[in-house]
Every structure is written in structure tokens, then in C-alpha cells.
Design a protein. Structure first.
Length: 339
């Protein structure tokens, strides 16, 4: 466990076990140099405890990088609650988790993530004020999509010479809350939409409402397009898939898109521009962080505009240094986090 922490440069790892509610929780705090750690709470089943701990550590590190390059006074953290087959009282479980957060005295602020909802955050809020994305604060997904849309325009400008998206072919993989909101914005901009999702109902909705062309999930990565926008699960860009890509750029909302940084190097060698995921998808973090501080929607929208500016800066450095944007983004974030 300590070896994992040292490799990721993790500051702290907190574990809680509450037999009464069934809570088995992990909170990973990666870096608090810029402020208290902020990151979502996942409620998922894992094959074993080590997998859950690794997930929390990996995601906490990504949140530190994301917050740093988003210009937020926040550190990076992540929580994982291991989901068991049966829970008698979900509300009581999340209230117990709220007590765990409260015991950390503000070191960590939690938020919605995979498997959790605003209703769960409301339960946590019964026990601690160190929680955001409650029902009162609203869903961050539309703001994530807004940031990704702005990032796609910046990516198109850098790779294709114009930020006018009309007529471009954009493939959206994953039509969840963020992916579908992004598809709506792309449709309004005159994009030719290709879509895939494991949920056939979501695909049908995109066909009917957005005039999208459906593509089988297994075929989307090999379909010719201008921009590929991964908005589903992470790890889709790996040694097996990267050689099959037929796009000019990859710019999407999914977390942890790269199986390794070397994959970004391979895309760079092939002339495929990669938008670092934790930069382009930071709109949701910006929203929950600033809402937690009581900032107005106007201030939040203004801050979201910095996403495209940061990407443009990263692309310029990457071109000048002949390096992948992923390597440039990591170096910029690490300079802010570690000096």
C-alpha cells in the first residue's frame, strides 16, 4: 500500500469500515498544496480491495492535475465506497460516509461520481458541510459538456485551422449525461454526428432528436471522422486501438482515456492531436468547486472559458517542443503541484 502511495506521490489514504451500515470506504488525498482536496465519490463493486484502493489513488492523482490546470485553489482527492450485493439502508450508509468525511476536518470535499447521485450527497450533507453537487447545487454534467465543447473548438482550431465546427464529422462514444449534452451542442453547431452507446435507447434518442448516425460500439474507433470524442469509460486508447484510429484529433469527456502516456506519443507520431482528458473535461470540477464557494453562474461560466485557453497554450507548447500535449500538460501540472 505504501509503495502505491509513494509511486503516485499520495499524501494520505483513509479507510473506514462500519459493519452497522455496511460502509467500506476509501478516501485518497493526493495533493493539498493549492487547497483542500476535492473529488467525487464512486459507489461501485470491485473484484477485490486492492483494486478499489488503486482506483482511488489513480483518480485522486488525476484530480490534482485537473484542479491545478483549471486554475482552482483546490487539491486532488477521490473516494471509493465498495458496493456490496445488498445494503439495507442506502441513506444510512451515505450518512456514515458523511461522518467519515467530517472526521477529516475539511481536508477532503466530496461530490457526485460513478454510482452516486445528488440524493446521496444530500445524505452526506446531513453529517458534514464538506460536500458539493447536492440537489440544491445542481448537476455538474452540463458544465462538463460546455467545457468539452469549448475544448473541441480549440482543438479544431489547432488541428484543422478553424474553430468553426459546421460540417465536421465528430464521433461521440458514450451518450450518458455528459456525452448526450455534448452531442446536443455539437448538433446545434452543425456537426455531422456519429454516435455509439451500449444503451440502444440513448442511441435511438440521438437519431431522432439530433439526426445522428449510429455506429456499432466496436466500430466507432475505426470509423473515419475529424474528431473522436470519447465520453464513456476510460482506457479506450491503448496499444490495440491506437493504431486503428482514423481521426485528426481526439477530444472528449472520458476520464483516463490513455492506457499509458506512451499511447499519446504514438498518436503524436501519427499526427493525431490529443486533448489531455483532465484539461478538457474539467468543467464539472470547476462547477462543483465554485458552487461550493457560493460563486455565481456568471463567474462559473467565465471560468469555463479558460479551458479552451489552457488547451491552446498546451498545443502551442507541444508544437514548439515536438512533444505530445499529454506530456506538456503533465509537466505544467507538476510544476504547479510540486514547484
Amino acid at each position: 500500500m505504501f509503495a502505491m502511495m509513494e509511486t503516485a506521490r499520495l499524501e494520505a489514504l483513509h479507510l473506514a469500515n462500519d459493519p452497522v451500515t455496511g460502509l467500506k470506504a476509501i478516501i485518497a488525498i493526493h495533493n493539498t498544496r493549492l487547497g483542500p482536496a476535492l473529488g467525487g465519490c464512486r459507489y461501485l463493486a470491485y473484484p477485490d480491495d486492492e483494486s478499489a484502493i488503486r482506483d482511488a489513488i489513480r483518480l485522486a492523482q488525476g484530480m490534482s492535475y485537473k484542479a491545478a490546470l483549471a486554475g482552482l485553489d483546490q487539491g486532488g482527492g477521490k473516494a471509493v465506497i465498495i458496493r456490496c450485493a445488498h445494503v439495507d439502508n442506502r441513506a444510512a450508509l451515505f450518512e456514515a460516509f458523511g461522518r467519515m468525511i467530517e472526521s477529516l476536518k475539511g481536508q477532503y470535499i466530496t461530490a457526485v461520481d460513478s454510482g452516486t447521485s445528488s440524493a446521496d450527497m444530500d445524505c452526506i450533507a446531513q453529517q458534514t458541510q464538506h460536500v458539493t453537487s447536492t440537489s440544491a447545487e445542481g448537476d455538474p454534467s452540463p458544465h462538463t459538456a460546455m467545457g468539452v465543447f469549448a475544448g473541441i473548438r480549440a482543438t479544431a482550431q489547432a488541428r484543422l485551422g478553424s474553430d468553426d465546427l459546421e460540417g465536421l464529422r465528430v464521433a461521440v462514444q458514450g451518450l450518458g449525461h455528459v456525452g448526450y449534452a455534448l452531442a446536443e451542442q455539437l448538433h446545434a453547431a452543425g456537426v455531422e454526428l456519429l454516435v455509439s452507446d451500449l444503451d440502444a435507447g440513448r442511441v435511438q434518442l440521438a437519431i431522432e432528436q439530433l439526426g445522428a448516425q449510429p455506429v456499432a460500439s466496436g466500430a466507432l474507433l475505426t470509423t473515419p471522422c475529424d474528431i473522436l470524442a470519447p465520453c464513456g469509460l476510460g482506457g479506450i486508447l491503448n496499444a490495440q486501438t491506437v493504431g486503428q484510429l482514423r481521426c485528426a484529433a481526439v477530444a472528449g469527456a472520458a476520464n483516463n482515456q490513455l492506457a499509458s502516456t506512451e499511447i499519446a506519443d504514438e498518436m503524436e507520431a501519427r499526427g493525431i492531436l490529443y486533448a489531455p482528458d483532465y484539461v478538457i473535461n474539467s468543467g464539472g470540477l470547476i462547477y462543483v468547486a465554485l458552487r461550493h464557494r457560493g460563486e455565481s453562474l456568471t463567474a462559473i461560466t467565465s471560468h469555463l472559458a479558460r479551458i479552451s485557453l489552457r488547451l491552446t497554450e498546451i498545443y502551442a507548447h507541444a508544437q514548439a517542443d515536438k512533444r505530445s500535449p499529454a506530456r506538456v500538460a503533465d509537466a505544467l501540472a507538476e510544476r504547479l503541484l510540486y514547484g
